[in-house]
Each structure stands twice: as structure tokens, then as C-alpha cells.
Design a protein around this ligand. Structure first.
Ligand SMILES: Cc1cc2nc3c(=O)[nH]c(=O)nc-3n(C[C@H](O)[C@H](O)[C@H](O)COP(=O)(O)OP(=O)(O)OC[C@H]3O[C@@H](n4cnc5c(N)ncnc54)[C@H](O)[C@@H]3O)c2cc1C
Ligand SMILES: NC(=O)c1ccc[n+]([C@@H]2O[C@H](COP(=O)([O-])OP(=O)(O)OC[C@H]3O[C@@H](n4cnc5c(N)ncnc54)[C@H](OP(=O)(O)O)[C@@H]3O)[C@@H](O)[C@H]2O)c1
Length: 280
């Protein structure tokens, strides 16, 4: 049976007209147990339809944050205004919203297929709002004192869509300050429309986020391999990808010929090193 819960939108941070970070405080005051990478289903009444519309949103806050769920949401404008997001972007702080308890399988593996600890490097690739689950992963892994190497790669069309840039930069600075034996974290972003005037100050990686995996013409190593300083192999790295299906496909096209296997096509022994979640 679906149990509809209520909550209050406690905070809205508008990043741009169609992109915002919001927090929801559940009635009762405490966020239920969930795992980093899971999503919450929001429900709002759509007056045009006279019924509730429900949609899934990845939780960006970590499970340790008990006061609120934090979400990163795009207002879908085209080709038709999205049924839930158009309602949501008209809501204000203090308004009520419905939610269903968190669920989902896009969670970070702490163990290998054989039960041994998974100590491989984590490469977390987010396209646009597909960054959200990786904010939860990163903050959770930090909260539990994980020593794994974590690389967050974020792709966006415009520089002002690099949501969580300050947080992710701070997490990397902390890694440099404390030492990688204590907290091993790197963040890199890529801008896919570098020639647009708005992006003219961008000096980082250019192209869609999967371009981090592709060696530049005339080079033997990919930008990602240059960041980590060694060849990426299924033995030393696991990948998590979230965003458009095209982003997932771009990553798979690159990794599969190198012997990487995804969760939906596990090897006979149950092993794999790519997990993904996509929609649209
Ligand atoms: C597991 C999961 C996690 C997600 N996490 C996030 C997240 O963290 N952040 C985020 O922003 N999104 C996330 N999404 C996407 C989110 O669930 C919604 O799909 C999205 O917000 C659009 O919902 P909507 O009701 O506003 O749009 P909808 O009304 O569902 O419309 C979606 C698109 O279809 C088009 N469309 C609808 N009806 C028609 C029609 N009749 N003819 C032609 N086109 C049509 C709309 O114009 C729009 O482009 C996630 C999805 C999943 C499955
Ligand atoms: N857990 C989940 O399943 C989850 C969580 C959050 C979001 N999502 C989904 O992720 C998608 C991201 O939406 P968004 O509005 O945040 O993204 P966006 O800002 O439109 O795009 C983000 C980046 O992805 C690129 N991109 C766009 N379409 C692409 C395609 N078909 N193939 C490869 N790359 C593409 C963009 O490049 P260009 O500049 O070239 O367009 C941009 O660099 C949506 O489908 C959303 O519903 C899923």
C-alpha cells in the first residue's frame, strides 16, 4: 500500500530560472532511514488534471542528515511544461508537499560480488541533475570515514549549472589539507557548450562529461587517467553514472571495449564495475 507522507518545503535556492535546490522537512521532523543514491517520490496536486502527480527525485543529502531531504531539480519546460515540475517551481518556502518513502537500488557498493570489501576507486559521473545522488554518496562516504579514492565528474551545458561546485571544491580542498590517506577526493567538471558567450570564462574540460574518458587526439591517456595518474582498469576502478541515457551510453561505449561490465550484464561469477541510473 502506498503511504503518502506530508512535509514542508523549508528552503529553496534558485540556481537559475529552471534549476533549484530545495529542502523538505518531513512532518514528524525526522527523515526516515535511506541509503545514499536512493530517490524520494514527490507528489503534488495538478489543478489542470484534478489529481496527484508523482515523480522520482534523487536525494542529494546524505542519510546522516536527518532534518531534511535535499533535492536538485530541473523545471522541465519543453516541449511541454512538465506536470510536476511546473507546479513545484511555483511553490514557496513554507508550502506543503507530499512524499513517498525513499527507495531505489542505485546505491554505492561497499562489498565485491564475493563479499570481500570493495576498495576500488569510485568514479562518479553525473550529467546535469544526475549529479544529485553523488552528492549524497560523497557526503555519506565522508561521514563514515571512507578511505576510498573518489572522483566526481560533473557535466553541464552552462557554468551556472555546475550545482554544488563550492561544496565539491571544498571537499577536494579538505582532501589536499588532510592528506589522501584520510580523505581522498577529487572533483572535475566539463562544460558542453564552451562556445556560448556565457561560458567564455570556462578554462576547464570542454565537451560532454563522457569526454573525460576519451584521450584527446594524439594522446594515449584519457583526461580521467591523467587525473588519477594511472591506467583505468576493471581491477582498480568502479564507475557510477547518472543522467540522460545518452550520457550512460557514452560512458558504456567507452568502457565496454576495455573489458568493463555493467550491473545488468554481470559476469558469470557475479562481478561487474559499472552501475547506472537514467531517465529521459
Ligand atoms: C530514479 C529517478 C530519479 C530522478 N531524479 C531526478 C532529480 O534528482 N532531479 C530532476 O530534476 N529529475 C529527476 N528525475 C526526473 C523526474 O522524475 C521527472 O521525470 C522530471 O522532473 C519531469 O517531471 P514532470 O512531471 O515535470 O514532467 P512530465 O510531465 O512527466 O514531462 C516530461 C517530459 O515529457 C514531455 N511530455 C509530457 N507529456 C507529453 C506529451 N503528451 N507529448 C509530448 N511530450 C510530452 C514534457 O514536455 C517533458 O519534456 C528522476 C527520475 C527518476 C526515474
Ligand atoms: N536518478 C536518476 O535517474 C536521475 C537523477 C537526476 C536526473 N536524472 C535525469 O537526468 C537527466 C538530466 O537532466 P538535466 O536537465 O539536468 O540535464 P541537462 O542540463 O539538460 O544536460 C546535462 C548535460 O548532459 C548533456 N546531454 C543532454 N542530452 C544528452 C544526451 N542525449 N546524451 C548525452 N548527453 C546529453 C548536456 O549536453 P548539451 O549541452 O550538449 O545538451 C549537458 O552537458 C534528465 O533526464 C533527468 O530526468 C535522473
Amino acid at each position: 500500500m502506498v503511504v503518502e507522507n506530508k512535509g514542508i518545503i523549508s528552503y529553496i535556492r534558485i540556481l537559475k530560472e529552471d534549476l533549484e535546490i530545495l529542502r523538505i522537512v518531513p512532518d514528524g521532523g525526522t527523515v526516515p532511514e535511506f541509503k545514499a543514491g536512493q530517490f524520494v517520490t514527490l507528489s503534488l496536486n495538478n489543478p489542470d488534471e484534478g489529481k496527484l502527480v508523482r515523480r522520482a527525485y534523487s536525494i542529494a543529502s546524505p542519510p546522516e542528515k536527518k532534518k531534511y531531504f535535499e533535492l536538485l531539480i530541473r523545471w522541465v519546460k519543453k516541449p511541454l511544461p512538465g506536470r510536476l515540475t511546473t507546479q513545484l517551481f511555483n511553490r514557496k518556502e513554507g508550502d506543503e508537499i507530499g512524499w513517498l518513502k525513499p527507495t531505489g537500488i542505485f546505491t554505492v557498493n561497499e562489498k565485491m560480488h564475493d563479499g570481500s570489501p570493495d576498495n576500488r576507486r569510485l568514479v562518479l559521473i553525473g550529467g546535469g541533475t544526475g549529479l544529485a545522488p553523488f552528492i549524497s554518496y560523497s557526503l555519506h562516504l565522508k561521514a563514515i570515514g571512507s578511505k576510498r579514492e573518489i572522483i566526481v565528474l560533473h557535466g553541464a551545458s552552462y557554468v551556472d549549472e555546475l550545482s554544488y561546485r563550492e561544496l565539491l571544491t571544498e571537499l577536494e580542498e579538505e582532501s589536499l589539507d588532510k592528506g589522501q590517506d584520510k580523505w581522498n577526493f577529487k572533483y572535475r567538471a566539463s562544460i558542453s557548450r564552451p562556445h556560448e558567450p556565457f561560458n567564455r570564462s570556462w578554462g576547464g574540460q570542454k565537451g560532454r562529461v563522457e569526454s573525460f574518458l576519451r584521450p584527446e587526439p594524439g594522446r594515449d591517456t584519457s583526461p580521467l587517467e591523467e587525473i588519477v595518474g594511472e591506467r583505468i582498469t576493471p581491477e582498480n576502478t568502479s564507475f557510477y553514472v547518472c543522467g540522460w541515457q545518452g550520457t550512460v551510453d557514452g560512458v558504456l561505449d567507452f568502457l565496454k571495449p576495455k573489458g568493463f561490465v555493467d550491473e545488468r550484464h554481470k559476469r558469470k561469477d557475479g562481478s561487474y564495475e559499472i552501475k547506472f541510473e537514467s531517465y529521459g
